[in-house]
Design a protein. Structure first.
Length: 89
């Protein structure tokens, strides 16, 4: 049940670019998804009580801070994708 819940969570939180049939296969493999951090955080917060996770107190604070920073970045640059920045590392 947990594996299925996580699969659904990541399916809804990671949006992969649409590829065309004429695009080379390498492009579709290395395409960087757009992370919907607010959806990820919401979904994970719903899984915590359901599966009785024990999260450290700083997890929620860090997640809220990252969500706020991503929101600010998206207002300033709607094409901002945090995974594009982190992907090389």
């Amino acid at each position: 049940a947990l594996a299925e819940a996580l699969r659904i969570t990541f399916k809804n939180s990671l949006l992969y670019p649409v590829t065309t049939a004429s695009a080379p296969r390498e492009d579709s493999i290395t395409a960087i998804p757009d992370l919907k951090f607010d959806k990820l955080l919401d979904s994970l917060s719903r899984l915590v009580p359901r599966f009785q996770f024990d999260l450290p107190p700083y997890f929620i604070n860090n997640a809220r801070a990252l969500s706020t920073l991503e929101g600010i970045a998206k207002v300033l640059d709607p094409s901002f994708n945090v995974l594009t920045i982190m992907y090389p590392y």
